[in-house]
Design a binder for this molecule. Structure first.
Ligand code: SER
Length: 603
């Protein structure tokens, strides 16, 4: 083990950095050396922006740039590859500040493109982690999971036997279900996985591994990619058996240094030092705020410094970037920082990372100037916006009109207003916000006299059909696209239904088709629609869906469509799904950040 003190360049004050057992560069080098010794070729990190996948805004795993090769295309560097890939995930946004989640992170990975399979992958993972020449982690602190199997993919006895033969005790192996079947999105290369966990708790690890105990932290995932999930949901064997592994650099570095989180390693220490010095506050007393700023500034620098240009804006990647910048600025304010400070922090990030990621050095000017512009713009309104928000708080709910005012006049991303509201124990009326948003769009499109029509305008045979179809659509989206989907707004006319929901990317044509087919399938089941009155609490306990952000009375009607859907709703509805007719989605579009809109008709 090498003990090292790193000196920062002069212009950033001379500081002797923390002494670490292993730094990020050393871990990367060891990983590469190990896999090179096993015949792997090093490939550079791809851009954060996916080049062949329009369905994700950023690369979220090391395998994404390799999809064509996992599907069978020949890679110019051969069948064994190793890399450190830049990744960015926004699904963990609300967890940032804890020990293990990061917006931007780096994934070490090794791949077999139709070459070696389970035996080598597992044996090498184990050797790299435990051998004294490599990471020298005690086996006593490790546990693993393997796939329990399903109707198509058998239980992974081979991996189980391999781990056991390497000395992992029976009680430290857990067979798990869908958590151990890995796929990047809805379709594409996939397969059973075997994950390796490290005990971060105090004292010795318990004899029996409990995957639900948060002290066990996942550090490495070996995926045996031998299947391809097709657009029709069918899981077919791939023409080649691949291995895709991913080891979180941040997490592994933390445990190697005996730290609870990567914020206490060389990856973040200079950034945290600078935040302490700018704010005059201590990290230990302001953990969450400083971690959020440190996490976000790193993500901001890597997005702004990417080889593909992304600038702050109100759509897609630009909006994620804007949210990161504005949230970091607000957290700075919470720490009492009065002046612009993000550019200064960005300089630290660039200095820390440009050797490993030369694009940051190359694009440094763009990073600083764009960041400065965006922070300056927000600085002009942040303080006033916060005063406005405080004034609004007394009203008990942040109305749609107010949330839209904060968005439009003070530049508060909706998610920021939601976070501010949560801190006060309040909700934001998202439906109202969407109405305001739309009203504004329509007004600016068609002139001030054009009136916005909201809600269920009139009740007739056709609108009743649309009302039931809306419930089926919502449930189909949850089943086919994501179980996190909730209604964020609905509007019905005799001509069409319109349904808004939370989801952060465009649906693919295949997904739209699948959702449409699912609604028609359920219509064809001729399910009876029943209404029951019950206490709101009971309805929610029974799993009835309710629109996010809407205040319901204590007693509500719940509509049951067979046992397919249950939803709190005032109705009215058809008596049987067969009355609806044929359902067709005519449009899918973005309506606000993280909110999608579907328009559909019945024929
Ligand atoms: N693709 C897998 C993951 O992201 C292994 O790299 O966990």
């Amino acid at each position: 083990m090498k003990l090292e003190a790193v000196i920062l360049p002069k212009e950033l004050k001379i500081k002797v950095r923390l002494v670490v057992v292993m730094n990020a560069g050393e871990l990367k080098k060891k990983y590469f050396d190990f896999f090179k010794s096993k015949g792997h070729a090093v490939i550079p990190s791809a851009s954060l922006i996916p080049s062949n996948d329009a369905s994700v805004l950023f690369n979220t795993a090391g395998m994404q740039p390799l999809v064509p090769f996992l599907l069978g295309q020949k890679h110019p560097l051969g069948k064994r590859l190793v890399s450190l890939q830049k990744c960015l995930r926004t699904v963990d946004f609300d967890n940032i500040g804890d020990n293990i989640h990061h917006t931007f992170f780096q994934m070490l990975g090794n791949w077999s493109l139709g070459d070696y399979f389970k035996k080598e992958a597992i044996t090498w993972s184990f050797e790299f982690l435990t051998d004294s020449k490599w990471l020298n982690i005690s086996i006593k602190r490790l546990a693993v999971t393997v796939y329990e199997g399903d109707k198509i993919v058998p239980r992974d006895e081979e991996s189980y036997t391999l781990w056991r033969s390497l000395g992992v005790p029976e009680k430290r192996v857990a067979f798990l279900g869908k958590d151990n079947f890995w796929i990047a999105g809805e379709t594409g290369p996939c397969g059973p996985s075997s994950e390796i966990f490290y005990w971060t708790g105090i004292g010795e690890a318990p004899e029996v591994f409990d995957p639900n105990d948060n002290n066990w932290v996942e550090i490495w995932n070996d995926v045996f990619m031998s299947y391809n999930k097709l657009d029709d949901g069918h899981v077919a064997p791939l023409i080649q058996k691949n291995v895709d592994t991913g080891m979180g650099l941040e997490r592994t570095l933390a445990i190697l240094n005996g730290k609870k989180s990567a914020y206490e390693t060389d990856l973040f220490s200079a950034i945290i030092d600078e935040i302490e010095s700018i704010s005059g506050k201590k990290y230990g007393e302001n953990l969450r705020e400083m971690r959020i700023i440190a996490d976000h500034i790193r993500a901001i620098v890597f997005v702004l410094g990417d080889e593909n240009v992304v600038l702050p804006s109100n759509v897609d990647r630009g909006y994620i970037l804007r949210r990161l910048i504005r949230r970091a600025a607000r957290y700075g304010k919470m720490l009492g920082v009065q002046n612009l400070f993000l550019k200064r922090l960005a300089e630290v990030v660039v200095l820390e990372y440009y050797v490993m990621y030369p694009e940051l050095g190359k694009n440094a000017e763009r990073i600083y100037s764009e960041l400065q512009k965006e922070e300056e713009k927000f600085q002009l309104t942040l303080e006033k916006g916060l005063h406005e928000f405080d004034r609004m708080v007394s009203q008990g709910l942040i109305s749609g009109v107010n949330a839209f005012l904060l968005f439009q006049s003070y530049g508060f991303p909706l998610e920021m207003t939601e976070e501010l509201a949560r801190e006060k124990g309040l909700n934001v009326d998202l439906k109202g916000f969407n109405i305001e948003f739309e009203k504004h769009q329509e007004l600016s499109r068609a002139g001030a006299e054009k009136k916005f029509k909201g809600g269920l305008g009139e009740v007739n045979e056709q609108t009743i059909k649309y009302h039931t179809a809306t419930h089926l659509l919502a449930e189909a989206l949850r089943r086919i696209i994501s179980k996190e989907i909730k209604q964020r707004g609905s509007n019905i006319t005799p001509e069409r239904l319109r349904f808004d929901f939370n989801f952060d990317r465009k649906l693919t044509l295949e997904e739209i088709k699948k959702v449409e087919d699912e609604v028609n399938r359920v219509i064809g089941l001729e399910l009876a629609v029943k209404r029951e009155e019950m206490d709101l609490e009971k309805a929610l306990k029974r799993g009835a869906q309710a629109e996010f952000g809407v205040k319901y009375p204590p007693k509500v009607s719940v509509y049951f469509i067979g046992d397919y859907s249950k939803e709190v709703c005032g109705g009215p509805h058809v008596e049987n799904t067969k009355q609806i007719g044929k359902f067709k989605i005519v449009k899918e579009e973005s309506v606000a950040a993280g909110i999608r809109r579907i328009k559909a008709v019945v024929e």
